[in-house]
Write a protein that binds this ligand. Structure first.
Ligand code: SAJ
Length: 424
């Protein structure tokens, strides 16, 4: 692919993945147009500003907008390569059924602007078969185009007009800009030719190795990566619950076990949060419910850990009436300001509702408490105040600033440390 001015990209969905991706493509010199349904998001980006927090993203977006390489709008426009980075949540049926509405809607809005020679890439985490379903939706709306993997589509042989591929991202929040460039990528074409076209596109801004495969394998790879991590965290969380009943220090046991050359146990915590690891394994379970016992059980164990922590924290507070309690952390993991889908936030809010003004929440990444704390009497406190005033400390997030609190400062207060950061 020619990454010069004659090639253009259109990124659909300007969220946590779409915006950084659009900015990186633009920085590679490819004029990029970003599309989002939110007018506010579009206006913010066109001013050179950002609506999400991510390390170094502000400067990057400002730069590419100023240079005219990134613009945003609410309507899809013609381009050479389209990248779809829209959400794939669950349906609201309580059964963890994948909701593909955003992908299919984006495909339907994209179909009218497609021209022969275009490449369409789905990046959203998706159940196996979604890329083909997206292709089928486009085929319905554009019978004039020859799409890949559909035989001759009523015509004689020849090369498909459009290339379609699935290429998942695998970036870690807080390191998105680095990992977008340095991580290896799976490039899954509906046909090998589709993979080749998508490969050429990613090669223009990815330094990691781009490994070519088929679309269904690439879809499953993404789900498997996060299910692998979920199962391994579930193992650590289950160990921690076993250790609690046996009165063992789980971190000591893990530290020792991990000295085995082929053992690498992850860290227990108050449950698994975020928008990926707690969600994606269900896409596998939904696709093969009879065969995915282990993956489903791991999910359930990680959710159970959150309730286990809540029960123990509640008992600790109830057993020591009138003792002020400091709860450390609301984020879904260390050193980020993302409080969505966070077990810490769930546990803290339940404690606040039960114990009211005894509870101080310490969260350096928050300027105010989320709405569910309204009326509970709980308040946001700084670290110094919490350490000096609380008789019970409950650690839910392993932010570095919490890790750095020396044992001497905590005195003889009671500690429930779900992250194992205060073991000194
Ligand atoms: N956690 C533990 N113990 C651990 C590791 C993590 O309790 O030893 C918890 C964290 O506290 C957090 C949750 O798991 O609540 C998820 O955190 P994470 O750092 O494992 O992952 P995410 O959700 O930030 O990002 C994951 C990554 N996937 C893998 O590492 C396989 C990332 O590479 C993916 O791109 C991302 O999901 C995604 O978008 O799918």
């Amino acid at each position: 692919m020619n990454s010069g001015r004659d090639h253009t990209a259109c990124v659909i969905g300007l969220g946590y993945i779409g915006l950084p991706t659009a900015a990186i493509i633009a920085r590679a010199g490819i004029p990029t147009y970003g599309v989002d349904v939110s007018e506010q998001v579009v206006e913010t980006i066109n001013r050179g500003e950002i609506h999400i927090e991510e390390v170094d993203l502000d400067g990057l977006v400002r730069g590419v907008v100023q240079r005219g390489l990134l613009t945003a709008g609410t309507e899809i426009r013609p381009a050479d390569t389209f990248v779809l980075a829209v959400p794939t949540p669950f349906e609201k049926d309580g059964n963890h059924t994948p909701d593909l509405t955003f992908v299919m809607d984006a495909a339907a809005r994209l179909a009218p602007v497609l021209e022969p020679g275009n490449t369409v890439i789905l990046e959203s985490t998706s159940p196996v078969g979604t890329t083909e379903a997206m292709r089928d939706r486009i085929a319905e709306l554009r019978p004039d185009l020859k799409l890949p993997g559909l035989g001759t589509n009523g015509r004689e042989g020849g090369t498909p007009d459009i290339a379609i591929a699935y290429c998942p991202e695998r970036v870690l929040p807080g390191r998105i800009l680095v990992e977008l460039i340095d991580n290896d990528r799976s490039i899954g074409g509906i046909t090998p030719r589709c993979a080749r076209k998508a490969l050429a596109f990613y090669k223009s801004f990815v330094r990691g190795e781009c490994v070519v495969t088929d679309a269904r394998s690439a879809e499953m790879t993404k789900l498997v990566e996060n299910a692998f991590r979920d199962v391994n965290i579930a193992f650590a969380n289950e160990l921690s619950m076993i250790a609690d009943t046996m009165d063992l220090d789980v971190w000591e046991v893990i530290r020792l076990a991990n000295r085995h050359p082929r053992v690498n146990i992850l860290q227990p915590g108050p449950g698994v949060g975020g928008h990926c690891i707690a969600v994606d394994p269900w896409f596998i379970v939904h696709g093969a419910p009879e065969q995915s016992d282990l993956i489903r059980t791991a999910r359930e164990r990680n959710d159970a850990k959150m309730h286990h922590v809540l029960d123990r924290a509640t008992a600790l507070c109830a057993d020591h009436p009138n003792t002020p309690v400091a709860v450390y952390g609301l984020a879904f993991k260390a050193n980020i300001d993302d409080f969505r889908e966070s077990p810490a936030r769930f546990i803290a809010a339940r404690l606040a509702r039960r114990f009211g003004n005894r509870i101080s929440i310490v969260e350096p990444h928050a300027t105010e408490l989320p709405r569910e704390f309204d009326g509970t009497g709980a308040r946001l406190a700084d670290i110094d105040h919490a350490i000096e005033s609380a008789g019970i400390h409950i650690v839910l997030v392993d932010h570095d600033v919490f890790r750095a609190i020396p044992a001497a400062e905590r005195g003889d207060a009671l500690v429930y440390d779900t992250r194992g950061i205060w073991r000194d």
